[in-house]
Design a protein around this ligand. Structure first.
Ligand SMILES: *Cc1c(COP(=O)(O)O)cnc(C)c1O
Length: 466
């Protein structure tokens, strides 16, 4: 399988190269040159298979011969064996025609584990084969950092350094990172904001000498392999609900547009998805785009669903490229106008194509709390604030009655206890297997918001928190 960049200037790469590279060197994102297509019979044949079996079927055309089939099977099994539910991604019926897809049974209780657990296994396999080591650096305001740490811990070929803003993550999120006692895991608390952390990471990648000596790598949401892993649960859930005969639609809590783009990919591969609903919080750029074509930047406001406090959804570029018929010129013009004017310019037909498939709705904090409360009162189920935005957006989409709507539940309620308690006066309990983090010792290094100081720290081979 060959992969091309959305900006048209970077070299064509194979799967292994795309996974290790992350971002394309022309600043674009990699996408498959051609999409694998499954026939109705092939989709029917997935019925009754286990999650790892469906994953193998969906993923193998993308991985191609970069990893041989029996190794792929072994790694997929490993990646999903630490999930706290035997179905990995169980569906739970909420109401007539509405189900919740629980994507929070992974080791860090959020859907990012689906991609990162697999990516960790694949990275290690490929690096070992090449005899290489990498240093992964990343910035996190919460979920991504812990999911990346869990995916990379105790791997011989990887050192991972995660920067978080000191005192500015929730306690649970910080403890999920800082209580991990693996030799190759290094937490850094930066005296600054999340943006400062991100700037430090960008600064390290821009320093060519540092990048090359440390063999820097990233596992952020633009990595193609992450999208690929997320396509699987669209297939597994649709088939479980009776697709391809049954019409299914998905409502997805959206920030960087990676998760919902995986749904778009599933549709391109032949899964009959009737509608993709984008749920956002008050950071509503996507609602404005899908409603009226207005893709203009506004400042980010903090909300109860912090993983979606984003105004520039990086994976949107992949959609734009696809809707433009793989025309990199369209993407380059759009991204340049967005960067220079804060307003994305694109040909008008893009919007109507997008509206055929997508519907978007922005949900503010008040509505989010109301939804958490009503789901608790009506169904005895606690949901997290991200999931709540998707439930609300899904309702507003007013789908026809024969369509089965699947709401992606991207985080366990115990990850966001404050919002849940405010809405329901009930405290969501951490699952037993995580309760130890509440009193385990924490390991991290506090550093100033200073690039040289952080790079010095990462250069020391002996830094370890274990
Ligand atoms: C990351 C995240 C999202 C947003 O997913 P994208 O792929 O960035 O759109 C939604 N909910 C939770 C809980 C997350 O951690």
């Amino acid at each position: 399988m060959e992969y091309i960049s959305t900006r048209g200037e970077a070299p064509v790469l194979n799967f292994e190269e795309v996974m290790l590279a992350g971002l394309a060197d022309d600043g674009g994102l990699y996408v498959p040159l051609e999409w694998p297509k499954f026939s109705t019979d092939e989709i029917l044949s997935l019925r009754g298979l286990s999650y790892p079996e469906i994953a193998e079927y969906v993923i193998s055309p993308f991985v191609d011969n970069a990893i041989d089939v029996s190794t792929q099977r072994k790694l997929i099994k490993l990646a999903y064996q630490n999930f706290g539910h035997s179905s990995v991604a169980p569906l739970r019926r909420l109401d007539k025609n509405v189900s919740i897809l629980e994507l929070f049974h992974g080791p860090t209780l959020a859907f990012k584990d689906f991609a990162l657990q697999l990516l960790g296994c694949f990275f290690e396999e490929v690096l070992r084969k090449r005899g290489e080591r990498v240093t992964i650096v990343g910035a996190t305001s919460g979920d991504t950092g812990s999911a990346a740490i869990e995916a990379c811990k105790n791997r011989d070929t990887i050192d991972i350094f995660i920067l978080h803003p000191d005192q500015r993550t929730s306690e649970i999120q910080r403890r999920q990172m800082t209580t991990v006692t693996a030799k190759n895991v290094h937490n850094i608390a930066i005296q600054g904001t999340f943006d400062d952390c991100q700037d430090l990471v960008k600064g390290m990648f821009r320093d060519r000498k540092f990048r090359e000596t440390m063999n820097l790598s990233a596992v952020n949401s633009i990595n193609w392999a992450r999208i690929m892993a997320q396509i699987v649960y669209y297939f597994s859930s649709a088939v479980a609900l009776g697709a391809p005969e049954t019409k299914v639609a998905y409502s997805v809590p959206t920030g960087n547009f990676g998760d919902v783009f995986a749904g778009y990919a599933a549709k391109k591969m032949g899964l009959p998805i009737y509608k993709l609903i984008v749920g956002t919080n008050s950071n509503d750029i996507l609602e404005r785009f899908f409603e009226s074509g207005d893709m203009s930047y506004r400042a980010v406001v903090p909300t109860l669903s912090p993983a979606m406090d984003i105004q520039v959804s990086s994976n949107f570029e992949r959609l734009l490229f696809d809707l433009a018929g793989n025309d990199a010129d369209v993407v380059n013009t759009a991204m340049a106008s967005f960067r220079d004017l804060g307003l994305m310019k694109y040909p008008p037909e893009i919007l109507s194509l997008a509206q055929e498939i997508f519907y978007a709705s922005s949900v503010d904090d008040e509505e989010t709390l109301r939804v958490i409360k009503s789901i608790w009162e009506d169904f005895d189920i606690l949901i997290d604030p991200h999931t709540a935005t998707a439930i609300s957006a899904g309702k507003k989409a007013s789908l026809e009655s024969e369509v089965e709507m699947v709401v992606l539940s991207t985080a366990h309620p115990a990850k966001f206890p404050d919002a849940v308690i405010r809405a329901t006066a009930k405290k969501p309990e951490l699952p037993q297997r995580l309760s130890h983090i509440l009193d385990a010792p924490e390991f991290y290094t506090k550093l100033p918001n200073d690039l040289e100081a952080v790079m010095d720290h990462i250069r020391q081979p002996a830094t370890s928190q274990g």
